[in-house]
Ligand binder design. Structure first.
Ligand code: AHR
Length: 636
């Protein structure tokens, strides 16, 4: 195929083509990117998932029970752990926590704390040990500051002497039963953090945040997904219950069949944006629940007030009530340019839930926000495909979860967007195999190469329209391999960070997201043949990058006879002898290859080469069947 890239025409892009999306699904938050190591640290529960002792067990005859005391740690955390030791005959007794399916122990600094109520004259021991052999890897004495009737916080730093051989480890707190008055002590909010990304207190798990940072994303859409909606109207994601000291966060049942701590709350999301340099795309609750329930118009004022309070909390001057609360938490104002109202309101509870979104939930929220913040870009939670009449000045949000062939067949779908109907792609992924059973069947077991190539075709379609598609993000991003609801993700992980797996889709996304096109150029032929798809453009002065460059992104799907596709590509104004860098991704195991966790294998083969322009300024190379590539001229 001969392709000519023209040096004039085309469009400037939004300059934020790729981002991240986060919600607590697959234990992506608790037990995932939120670095807390203690599972069920504050016994949070609800009528859906009542408080329980998951993760906890006694040591040396201690008896563990949950109590709802008349003087709880806080109204948000009413349930605590009673540790009765009157029957213990040992010199130490206490309890262990098994973490989120294990705890990785390394020779590094762990910061911990716990609250105790009761009388104990002695020292506690906080320790990390093997769950199999009981070998202690590190321990620290914490002098008791207890008081009979008050909850007293104890803090400690624990540095193990050695790295544990695996993550099958536990955390323990023990103490001397003989020095306890009244036979028992009450504990709550027992917390342990390893070093976090950029050293943030209450921060992000390092390896996962680093894998995100490597993608050089430009925005973060949060919190959800369905997590924003909550399982029912009783349990929306209420931003004001996710801020402030951890002891004031009640947590809630999430949308994905488990209780969430809300330790990763609104401020932590904004820190995440700060630390990775991301534009926040703030999703606000729109009064819809995942079970289809929605807030009636006569009761809707609290939803509007909550949204305005949230924006005042994030952006407001310290002289405003919520701005003052933010300042009291030690945080300066953030800027919010994008607000998405709800999540997929066209889906849950349609038709009447969707009708309520169109008739009052969306318009009332948009009007109220724009009246106070006229320059914020409002995003409707549906795209122009589900919601043809998105009221101006809002833009849409398109969520294609597709079979690979759908992405292939719908390559030109976004070409129809006009300047009046911009969109973000707040979620996308290849999820079912071709000819799969659509939403009635299971998702494919892992992201697979064929799906990744189809995602590349979809991304090329977005980038061709990069002046009207604000940016795109894959979802969901994370999957804890010990408890998950959604199998196709960018990154799979468990407690042992050496087992973190970057999926085939991560590699495709990475190749495209790290090569930003800031201006697209027209090409002849325009964009594709039957198997080959491409977008061309330039990258100039982008975020401090002084260099400029020409960039071509390409994907080759299935070819007629499984043959390679030779490419000859000429840029106007490129002279012969100029060099371009080609990065080609293929799969060592063909279209069905995937990066399975636990094996450490990576089926994605990255081949880098330098391609020289021939006499007439033409670069030539070969795109194998099922391949993805970036050619870059200038830059590195
Ligand atoms: O990404 C998983 C789910 O898919 C999201 O929570 C929801 O928005 C979409 O339907």
């Amino acid at each position: 195929i001969d392709i000519a890239v023209h040096a004039s025409g085309g469009n400037d892009t939004t300059r934020m083509p790729y981002g991240l999306m986060h919600e607590d699904i697959n234990n992506a938050g608790d037990g995932g990117i939120y670095a807390e190591l203690i599972n069920n640290r504050a016994f949070q529960g609800s009528d859906l998932y009542p408080s329980n002792l998951t993760g906890w067990s006694p040591i040396n005859g201690a008896r563990l029970s949950l109590k709802t005391l008349s003087t709880p740690l806080s109204s948000a955390l009413p349930v605590s752990l009673n540790v009765a030791v009157s029957n213990s005959t040992s010199r130490t007794a206490g309890f262990i926590n098994s973490g989120y399916w294990g705890i990785e122990v390394k020779k590094q600094e762990y910061k911990g704390s716990f609250y105790v109520r009761g009388t104990y004259e002695g020292s506690f021991t906080a320790s990390l040990q093997s769950a199999i052999t009981n070998e202690t890897f590190g321990a620290v004495k914490v002098k008791s500051k207890t008081s009979a009737d008050d909850w007293v916080q104890h803090e400690f730093t624990l540095v193990p002497k050695i790295d544990a051989p695996n993550s099958n480890n536990t955390f323990a707190i023990t103490f001397d039963p003989e020095r306890v008055s009244g036979g028992s002590l009450d504990f709550n909010l027992i917390s342990l953090f390893p070093p976090t990304y950029k050293g943030r207190a209450n921060g992000l798990r390092m390896d996962i945040a680093e894998a995100f940072a490597e993608l050089q994303p430009k925005f973060l859409r949060f919190p959800g997904g369905n997590a924003l909606e909550g399982p029912s109207l009783k349990y929306p994601w209420l931003w004001n219950e996710t801020i402030g000291p951890l002891k004031d966060r009640p947590g809630r049942p999430g949308a994905w069949n488990y209780e969430t701590s809300d330790g990763l709350g609104l401020v932590e999301y904004l820190h995440w944006c700060d630390d990775l340099g991301l534009e926040p795309i703030l999703a606000i609750y729109s009064g819809l629940a995942l079970d289809g329930g929605y807030v009636n118009e006569s009761d809707f004022q609290w939803v509007i007030d909550s949204a305005l309070d949230e924006l005042e909390f994030i952006t407001g001057d310290p002289s405003t009530p919520w701005g003052a609360i933010r300042e009291s938490l030690g945080e300066s104002a953030w800027t919010i340019n994008y607000v998405e109202i709800g999540n997929e309101d066209w889906l849950a509870g349609a038709p009447s839930g969707f009708e309520s979104y169109q008739t009052y939930r969306f318009p009332l929220l948009m009007q109220a926000i724009l009246a106070k913040y006229p320059s914020m870009q409002i995003i409707n939670s549906g795209s122009f495909y589900e919601t043809p009449a998105i009221p101006a000045p809002a833009i849409g949000d398109y969520h294609p979860y597709r079979e690979p062939d759908n992405f292939y067949n719908e390559f030109h779908k976004l070409d129809n967007l006009t300047a009046d109907n911009l969109t973000i792609v707040g979620e996308f992924a290849s999820v079912h195999v071709n000819g799969g059973s659509d939403w009635d069947g299971d998702l494919y077991k892992f992201p697979w190469w064929l799906g990744g190539v189809a995602e590349a075709i979809f991304m090329i379609g977005n980038e061709r329209n990069g002046d009207r598609v604000l940016g795109a993000t894959y979802a969901p991003a994370l999957r804890n391999m010990n408890r998950w609801q959604w199998s196709v993700c960018l990154i799979e992980f468990e407690a042992d960070t050496s087992k973190t797996t970057l999926s085939t889709s991560w590699h495709v996304f990475h190749l495209f997201s790290t090569h930003t096109i800031t201006h697209t150029f027209p090409t002849s032929p325009e964009a594709n043949t039957t198997s080959l798809f491409w977008v061309a453009g330039s990258r100039e002065g982008y975020e401090g990058q002084e260099d400029s460059g020409l960039v071509v992104k390409m994907a080759n799907y299935n070819t007629t006879n499984h043959e390679d596709t030779p490419v000859s590509l000429s840029f106007e104004e490129v002279e012969s002898g100029q060099e371009a860098h080609l990065t080609l991704l293929t799969s060592s195991e063909g279209p069905w290859g995937y990066n399975g966790p636990y094996t450490g294998s990576n089926v994605v083969v990255e081949t880098k080469s330098v391609v020289k322009a021939s006499g007439n300024g033409t670069f030539s190379w070969v795109m194998p069947e099922w391949s993805v590539a970036v050619l870059e001229l200038g830059g590195s």
